[in-house]
Design a protein around this ligand. Structure first.
Ligand code: SF4
Length: 116
């Protein structure tokens, strides 16, 4: 069934994401993607983006809906964000086929040890 296939794909991708968070292997996946800045912006309709409650603008996150969110959390302060500081759209370990907004946020936010 198409629905089961889609569900399996989402679960498989979430498993890969969990692995990328745990091992940092997402970096190697992304480094293989040539021309990262040519990637499209992450779609809000992407099943993984939806599963992780990705927002293009962290200012629109409703804390009552996402209790784990803390003011100041955004992609540019997340350990998963790649690319160069100052760019509005940057690669993220969790979404190797798209760019995320530096002002965005998702449930996988993890504090980065160094700030841009
Ligand atoms: Fe990627 Fe972190 Fe932004 Fe989530 S919060 S989309 S993991 S950079």
């Amino acid at each position: 069934m198409a629905d089961d296939s889609g569900r399996r794909d989402v679960l498989k991708r979430l498993g890969l994401i969990a692995g990328a968070i745990g091992t940092g292997s997402g970096m190697s996946l992304l480094s293989r993607a040539a021309g990262a800045q040519a990637l499209p912006h992450l779609s809000l309709q992407d099943p993984i983006a939806q599963a992780l409650a990705y927002h293009e603008d962290a200012a629109t996150v409703k804390p009552e809906q996402f209790p784990s969110y803390r003011k100041g959390e955004r992609c540019s302060t997340c350990a998963q964000l790649l690319g160069e500081a100052g760019q509005a759209w940057r690669p993220c370990n969790l979404f190797p086929n798209a760019l995320v907004n530096a002002d965005g946020w998702c449930r996988a936010w993890t504090v980065r040890s160094t700030q841009d």
